[in-house]
Design a protein around this ligand. Structure first.
Ligand code: HT7
Ligand code: ZN
Length: 896
C-alpha cells in the first residue's frame, strides 16, 4: 500500500455542488441512486473526474441523462471527456451494496436489525462513488425508502421535509440538510427506534428539537445524555457565543461502533457506551464519559462541521480543538477549583501513559502528520490529546479572553470552509497582536510539525548572600521516525516558588520594581533560558510546570524533602499531586533497579518499597479534612505499570509488575486504619447523584475497599471481604456495586467467583454491563499466570462475540493493552494469543484489528526473553498473506 504525503495536496479538479441520494434499504442488497451536480474547478488544470469507491456494485453511470463511457482504475471510477463549462453537468450513478455483510462497520452497515452509516474518514466511498475528501462540500437531499414494519424510523441529516407510505408495506422519508457539508458528515439511520425528545430555545430565541434515539427498552437510560446535550448547547453559547444552527439535532445509539461517537451533521451516531446510563447499570466514570463525549460531538458542530479540515493531515484542526473544548466543558461542569484540578490530572494521566509512549514509539507522528498509509490509523492520542495540549498552550499564551477573540476571528474568516491548522493558529495569533503567541508564531507551530515529547531540564541555584534564586530551563527532544533533530519548541512554563515552610513566595524577577503574584508563566522558546528571582530570603522549592502547562517531561533533581514539601503545601493542585507521583515513582524505579529480591517470573516481592516519610505524607493526605475525596483518590493512586515501564530504558515487565504489586500491598497494609477511616467517611448511602463531589466520595470509598480487601488477603482477616461482599449485594448503584466486585476480584479473594457469577446473572441482558464483567476478569492482576487461561476460557463464553467491537475491547484489549503484568508472559503465550487475535479480527474489522496491533508498539524496549518472543509474534502477523493495510502499516512500522 502506498503512503499519502501532506505536501502532495492539490485542490480538487471538480466540485460537487449538490447531491441527491435515493436509498432503497435492504440488508442484503441496498440500491443507491446518486444524482450530483458537478462542475470543473477553474483554478486547477483540466483532469478526468476520478471518483472513489470501495466494495460497490456499479450498475449505471449517466451524464446529463445519457449513458457514458467510463473506466475503473485502482478502485476509482474514471470519467473523461466531461462538459467543462461553468454551469457543470448532471452525473447520475446507480450502485448496490450489501450492508449485512459489512463487518468493518465503515459505510452502510446493519447493527441489530438497524441500518447505520459511518463515513469518517473514508467510508462514504463504500456507499456511492464520490470525491471522498473533506474539501468537497455539497448540499445534500436524501430520500430513504424501506419496509415500514422493519424500519419505522428513517433518519438522515438536516430537516425532515416529507414522509409517507408506499406500496408493498414500504414507506419513505425525505431529508434536506440546510448546510453544505463534506461527505464524511453524511449519515442515515433506519430501524426500530424510540426517542427522548426535548424542545429548547437558544439564546438567539430560536427553537430547536433535541432527540436521543435508542432501541425500545433503553429509553429510561437516556436522561443523562439528554441533560448533557442541553448543557453542551448552553455552554457553547456562553463560553464561545456559538449557537445551534439546526432546527433538529439528533443522537442515535448503536451497540456496534468502531469508536466512541461520530459528529455527522445534525445526526450524531454514538456507541451505546456513551449514551445509555442509569444508576443501576452505569458507573460514575460512565456518567462523566457520557457528558464529555456528548459535549465533544456537539462542539464539533462548529469546530469540525461549520469549519472543517482541508485534508486528513489537518485532522487535529478539528480533533485537538474539540478535545480542548470538551475538556474545558467538563471542567466548567465539575464546578469547584478542586474538581477542575481532578479533571486536569485525569487528562494528563491519559496523555502521559498513552500519548508519551506513542510519541516515543514506532508510530510517533507530529500533531499534523506528514504521511500515512491508512488514515484510520491516525485517529490517535497524538492527534486528539496532544493536539488539545497544543490548543491549551495557545490559550495560555493569549489568555482566556484573547482565545475567545481568536475563535471569533477563526469563524469570521473561515465559516463554511475547509481549512488547515495554519489557518487556525493564524486566527488566534492575529486576534492577539503583540501576544506571546503572535510574536513567535512560526516557532510555536513546531508543535504541529515536530513529533516527540520535549524534555525540559531545570536547574536552580540559590545565592544566600545576594538572596537570589537563578533558575535555568533548557530543552531537548529525542529523535523520532524521519525526524532526527528538532528545533526548539515554544514552551509555556507556569511556575512558583515555595519557602521551606511551604508558604508561597511572591515572585520578583531581576529588573522588576516590586514583588508580584506567586505564580507566573514564562516562555521557554530557545535551547535554554535563565531566570533570576530577587528578594528570596531562603533557598526555595520550585514548583515547575504548574497545571502541566506544556506536554513535556520535566527533569529537575528534586530531593525527597522538596517533594514532600510540595506534596504537603503546593497551592497548585496539579503539582501537589505530581510531587506524590514523583516520590512513588522514585521508590518504584529504585526497587526495580535494586537487588533481585523478587522473582522475575511473576513471583511476589515482600520488600518495603516506600519509606516511612512517604507513607506518612500519604497518610496525612488521606486524613486531610480540607481535601476533596476525588483528589485524595488520585494522590493515593500509584503510577500505572505502563507509566513505570516508560521511565525505564530496558523493561522487565514482570519485575515492574512485582514491584508495583508490592507497593500496592504496602499501601494497603501500612495505611489500613486510615483506609478504614476513609471508607467510613466516604461511603455515602444517600440517594445517588452523579455530580463530581458525590462521585469523588464513591471513588475514594471504592479505593479504600480495594485496599482493605488486599490487606485482608495478606493478614487473613475475613471482616472486610465479608463487608465488601455484602456491599456488592446491597449496592444501590453500579459504581458501588462494581467497586465492591472489583475489590474482591483484584485481591484474589475466594468470594470473587460467586460474586462474578451473581453479577452475570443479574445483568445478563445488559450488554454494556456484561462488557464490564469481561473487562474486569481480563484486567485483573496476574497471580501465577492465571489471567490468560481465564481469558481463553471467556473467549468461549456464549456471550463473547469477537465481531462486536465493544465486546472485543472488553476482553481482548483489556488483556493485551491494559494488563501488562498478565500479558507479558516470559513463555510468550500472551504474545501468541495477541497475534492470533489480530489476525482473526483483521478478517472481520481491520480498524479494530489495527488498534489491537498497537499493543506491542514498545516491544523493542523489552528485556529478554520478552523482546525476542514479541518480535517473533509481530513478524508472524507481518508475514500473513492477507493483511489489511491498516494492520500492515502498524506492524511494518513496529519492525522498522
Ligand atoms: N470524528 C469522529 C471519528 C470517528 C471515526 C473515525 C474512523 C472510524 C470510525 C469513527 N467513528 C468516529 C469521532 C470524534 O472524534 O468525534
Ligand atoms: Zn472528535
Amino acid at each position: 500500500a502506498t503512503a499519502r504525503h501532506r505536501g502532495d495536496y492539490q485542490a480538487p479538479a471538480w466540485w460537487i455542488d449538490t447531491v441527491d441520494l435515493t436509498f432503497d434499504l435492504d440488508p442484503a442488497k441496498t440500491r443507491v441512486l446518486n444524482r450530483m451536480r458537478v462542475r470543473r474547478n477553474p483554478d486547477v488544470p483540466a483532469q478526468p473526474l476520478r471518483l472513489d469507491g470501495d466494495e460497490l456494485n456499479l450498475a449505471r453511470v449517466m451524464v446529463n441523462g445519457a449513458g457514458t463511457s467510463f473506466r475503473m482504475d485502482a478502485g476509482q471510477l474514471v470519467l473523461e471527456n466531461l462538459p467543462q463549462d461553468e454551469a457543470g453537468f448532471d452525473l447520475e450513478i446507480f450502485t448496490t451494496c450489501a450492508p449485512e455483510k459489512n463487518t468493518a462497520l465503515m459505510g452502510l452497515y446493519v447493527s441489530q436489525g438497524t441500518f447505520f452509516t459511518q463515513c469518517e474518514a473514508e467510508g462514504f466511498r463504500r456507499i456511492t462513488y464520490f470525491l471522498d475528501r473533506p474539501d468537497v462540500m455539497a448540499s445534500y437531499q436524501v430520500l430513504l425508502r424501506a419496509d415500514k414494519a422493519a424500519y419505522p424510523v428513517l433518519l438522515s441529516n438536516g430537516n425532515l421535509v416529507e414522509q409517507g407510505d408506499l406500496d408493498g408495506g414500504r414507506h419513505f422519508a425525505k431529508w434536506v440538510d440546510p448546510h453544505k457539508k463534506p461527505c464524511y458528515l453524511f449519515a442515515l439511520v433506519a430501524g426500530k427506534l424510540v426517542a427522548r425528545q426535548q424542545r429548547i430555545t437558544s439564546r438567539t430565541g430560536k427553537e430547536h428539537l433535541l432527540e436521543v434515539y435508542v432501541r425500545p427498552g433503553d429509553l429510561g437510560k437516556t436522561e443523562h445524555a439528554m441533560n448533557s446535550l442541553m448543557a453542551s448547547v448552553a455552554w457553547d453559547e456562553t463560553r464561545f457565543g456559538l449557537s445551534l444552527d439546526l432546527e433538529r439535532f439528533m443522537i442515535v445509539a448503536t451497540s456496534d461502533f468502531n469508536m466512541g461517537a461520530m459528529e455527522n451533521k445534525g445526526l450524531n451516531v454514538f456507541n451505546t457506551k456513551y449514551v445509555l446510563a442509569s444508576q443501576a447499570t452505569a458507573t460514575d466514570v460512565d456518567f462523566s464519559n457520557i457528558e464529555s463525549v456528548v459535549g465533544h460531538e456537539y462542539f464539533h458542530n462548529w469546530t469540525g462541521n461549520r469549519v472543517t479540515c482541508r485534508d486528513w493531515f489537518q485532522l487535529s484542526l478539528k480533533e485537538g480543538l474539540t478535545v480542548f473544548r470538551d475538556q474545558e466543558f467538563s471542567m466548567d461542569m465539575a464546578g469547584s477549583a478542586s474538581a477542575r484540578a481532578v479533571k486536569r490530572i485525569e487528562d494528563v494521566r491519559v496523555l502521559r501513559t498513552v500519548q508519551f509512549p506513542e510519541d516515543a514509539g514506532p508510530m510517533a507522528h507530529p500533531v499534523r502528520p506528514e504521511s500515512y498509509v491508512e488514515i484510520n490509523n491516525f485517529y490517535t492520542v497524538t492527534i486528539y490529546e496532544k493536539g488539545a495540549e497544543v490548543v491549551r498552550m495557545m490559550h495560555t499564551l493569549v489568555g482566556r479572553e484573547g482565545f475567545a477573540r481568536g475563535m471569533k476571528l477563526y469563524f469570521e474568516r473561515h465559516d463554511g470552509q475547509a481549512v488547515t491548522c495554519d489557518d487556525f493558529a493564524a486566527a488566534i495569533a492575529d486576534a492577539n497582536p503583540g501576544s506571546e503567541l503572535a510574536t513567535r508564531l512560526d516557532a510555536f507551530k513546531r508543535w504541529y510539525s515536530q513529533a516527540g515529547t520535549p524534555c525540559v531540564k531545570a536547574q536552580g541555584e540559590y545565592d544566600a548572600t545576594a538572596q537570589t534564586y537563578t533558575l535555568t530551563l533548557s530543552q531537548s527532544c529525542p529523535a523520532t521516525p524521519n525526524q532526527p533533530s528538532k528545533l526548539p519548541f515554544v514552551i509555556p512554563v507556569e511556575l512558583g516558588l515555595l519557602a521551606q515552610d511551604g508558604s508561597a513566595l511572591p515572585l520578583q524577577m531581576e529588573g522588576e520594581t516590586a514583588p508580584g503574584a506567586s505564580t507566573r508563566t514564562v516562555v521557554l522558546d530557545a535551547a535554554s533560558l535563565t531566570l533570576r528571582f530577587i528578594g528570596v530570603a531562603s533557598a526555595p522549592v520550585p514548583s515547575l510546570l504548574r497545571s502541566f502547562s506544556a506536554p513535556v517531561r520535566l527533569d529537575y533533581a528534586y530531593t525527597d524533602a522538596e517533594l514532600l514539601t510540595l506534596l504537603a503545601h503546593d497551592t497548585d493542585a496539579f503539582n501537589r499531586w505530581e510531587a506524590g507521583q514523583r516520590l512513588m515513582l522514585r521508590c518504584a524505579i529504585n526497587a526495580i533497579a535494586g537487588s533481585a529480591d523478587a522473582s522475575s517470573a511473576g513471583g511476589t516481592l515482600d520488600a518495603e518499597i516506600m519509606d516511612a516519610d512517604l507513607l506518612a505524607a500519604l497518610r496525612r493526605t488521606l486524613r486531610d479534612p480540607q481535601l476533596d475525596a476525588a483528589y485524595k483518590e488520585l494522590v493515593l493512586s500509584l503510577p500505572s505499570e505502563s507509566y513505570l515501564a516508560e521511565q525505564l530504558d530496558v523493561v522487565d515487565p514482570q519485575r515492574v509488575h512485582a514491584v508495583r504489586e508490592a507497593m500496592r500491598l504496602q499501601l494497603a497494609t501500612a495505611l489500613r486504619s486510615d483506609w478504614e477511616a476513609a471508607y467510613e467517611a466516604s461511603h455515602d448511602t444517600g440517594a445517588y447523584q452523579p455530580d463530581a463531589a458525590s462521585a469523588g466520595r464513591r471513588a475514594l470509598a471504592g479505593q479504600a475497599l480495594s485496599m482493605l480487601c488486599l490487606a485482608a488477603q495478606h493478614t487473613g482477616d475475613a471482616v472486610w471481604p465479608g463487608k465488601t461482599l455484602q456491599r456488592f449485594k446491597d449496592a444501590g448503584n453500579m459504581t458501588d456495586r462494581f467497586a465492591a466486585l472489583a475489590a474482591l476480584v483484584t485481591s484474589g479473594h475466594p468470594h470473587a467467583a460467586a460474586a462474578l457469577a451473581r453479577f452475570h446473572a443479574l445483568f445478563k441482558d445488559d450488554a454494556l454491563v456484561i462488557d464490564k464483567w469481561f473487562a474486569l476478569q481480563a484486567g485483573t492482576p496476574d497471580r501465577g499466570g492465571h489471567v490468560l487461561p481465564a481469558v481463553q476460557a471467556l473467549m468461549k463464553h456464549p456471550d463473547f462475540q469477537i465481531g462486536n467491537p465493544n465486546r472485543a475491547r472488553s476482553l481482548i484489549f483489556s488483556y493485551c493493552s491494559a494488563n501488562p503484568g498478565a500479558f507479558h508472559r516470559a513463555d510468550g503465550a500472551g504474545y501468541r494469543f495477541w497475534a492470533d487475535r489480530v489476525l482473526a479480527l483483521d478478517a472481520i474489522n481491520p480498524q479494530v484489528a489495527a488498534r489491537l496491533a498497537r499493543a506491542l508498539d514498545r516491544w523493542s524496549k523489552l528485556a529478554e526473553p520478552w523482546r525476542s518472543v514479541a518480535h517473533t509474534a509481530i513478524a508472524q502477523v507481518a508475514g500473513h498473506a492477507k493483511l489489511s493495510k491498516d494492520v500492515r502499516e502498524v506492524v511494518t512500522r513496529a519492525l522498522e
